[in-house]
Design a protein around this ligand. Structure first.
Ligand code: PLP
Length: 442
């Protein structure tokens, strides 16, 4: 039997997208970020202590398409772009579902996740602006790893605040960041004023992304040549990630794949946004009926249980207020293995799209997501990141629904990263010691 043409849909390097798609152009008017002190709409100069000019402009841009600089396109090749879109035949067979399941392979980046797509763009613009150091936070470590690596391409130093829970759970992530030349601190740390304050009040805290963001921003505001880089949440990050969705749209068109569902996990929303926003553009034009599904952890259910209101992006209350679905900036999620999904809020663009009913959301317990991840490893041979296991679980549930209704629908999900550095979580699942997210003291 010949290999079916949709088994693995690849693109040539010259098919790397030439421009990013900006959903903000099609969702106007958007509620602007507010200055944290005056509570008035933030001015571009409010962001100047932490971001360079090009990034501030992109953050507020309402242009529908923004050209990707040549240097960034060239470097995307180092991240193994374009990434394949692949069919999960064995998973389909195992589930005995009439549904077709495809997945977009962000796990094939040498950095292990989709995070490099925006890290590259941010490092490029900061280098152009003469910045010598970037500070950032990282949850599971994928973002810190991505920024640490790409900073080398543009001769920038990196300082990373890593959420303490992950720092202790994932020591090899730290090794990797150190190999790429980054300085890494467990957050909350003694290295910043805010970190010291949190440690004094909560000496045993496992930390959170919100706390780590406060620490990284504090450093950036203290030095002219230092800027801050965020791995998710903000509009410019969603923008940079749309290379994922643009490639996927082209691949689906080439292989005549018409998705009934597109599924991705959401932490701050960037792989979801990157993967689905180009399809949302089609939906907004009335040209697509694809149902778009965001999958979040029960431990940080900002879309399914949060409120749509202004809130701080960090825990210390030093970032601008963002209009988003939030559990409250004081919310400290349980220390689940999917560290990248432990965030109290949600990208304002994803939030606005949710408010416009352009997507639906579902939340799962971590035990169910690891079960899905092990099923995926057994059938497809790929070890997915614990975050990505949420998307796999979402896709499997849809495939089982198709089975129950005997419907031959098409499901396309985003495999946001691989899980080779997350084997501790898998080990706990295999041992039967993985705690449910619903246990209170976990
Ligand atoms: C960071 C990360 C996520 C969550 O972040 P988003 O901005 O919501 O995409 C999901 N999957 C992987 C592999 C990650 O590294």
């Amino acid at each position: 039997m010949a290999i079916p043409k949709d088994a693995r849909i690849t693109l040539d390097p010259e098919e790397i997208p030439k421009r990013w798609y900006n959903l903000a152009a099609d969702l106007q008017p958007l509620a602007p970020p507010l200055n944290p002190v005056t509570k008035e709409p933030a001015k571009p100069e409010d962001f100047a202590p932490i971001f360079c000019k090009a990034i501030i402009e992109q953050e507020a841009s309402t242009e529908r398409y923004i050209d990707i600089p040549e240097e960034v396109r060239d470097a995307l090749i180092n991240l193994n772009r374009p990434s394949p879109l692949q069919r999960a035949y064995r998973l389909e067979k195992y589930l005995k579902t009439p549904a077709k399941i495809y997945f977009k392979r962000e796990d094939m980046s040498p950095l292990g996740s989709h995070k490099g797509n925006t890290a590259l763009a941010q490092a490029y613009y900061n280098a152009e602006a003469g910045i010598h150091t970037l500070t950032t936070e990282t949850g599971a470590g994928q973002w810190g790893t991505a920024l640490a690596m790409v900073s080398n391409l543009f001769d920038i130093d990196t300082t990373v605040f890593m959420v303490k829970g992950s720092y202790n759970q994932k020591p090899f992530r730290k090794t990797l960041m150190n190999m790429y030349g980054a300085k890494v601190y467990a957050s909350p740390s003694e290295y910043t004023e805010f970190g010291k304050k949190v440690l004094k009040e909560h000496p045993d805290t496992t930390g959170s992304l919100g706390i780590a963001i406060s620490e990284a921003c504090e450093l950036a505001t203290k030095d002219e040549g230092t800027c801050y880089a965020l791995g998710s949440v903000l509009n410019h990050v969603m923008l940079h990630q749309t290379v994922i969705g643009e490639e996927t749209m082209l691949q689906m068109q080439k292989a005549e794949v018409e998705p009934d569902y597109m599924v991705a996990c959401v932490g701050g929303g960037s792989n979801f946004a990157g993967f689905t926003f180009p399809m949302m553009a089609e939906k907004l034009k009335g040209k697509s009926e694809t149902e778009i599904i965001a999958v979040e952890p029960k431990a940080a259910p900002s879309l399914t249980e949060g409120e749509f209101r202004y809130d701080y992006g960090d825990t210390g209350g030093i970032t601008p207020l963002l209009m988003m679905y939030t559990l409250g900036s004081e919310f400290v999620p349980k220390s689940i293995h999917a560290g990248g999904l432990r965030y109290h809020g949600m990208s304002p663009l994803v939030s606005a799209a949710y408010d416009e009913h352009l997507l639906s959301a579902v939340a799962y317990d971590q035990t169910e997501t690891f079960e899905a991840g092990v099923m995926f490893a057994k059938t497809e041979g790929i070890v997915a990141a614990p975050e990505s296991c949420h998307a796999i679980k979402g896709a499997i549930d849809k495939a089982l629904e198709c089975k129950a209704n005997n419907e031959e629908k098409t499901i396309v999900f985003c495999l946001s990263g691989h899980g080779f550095l997350d084997l501790y979580g898998y080990e706990q699942y295999m041992d039967g010691t993985l705690p449910s997210s619903s246990i209170d003291n976990y």
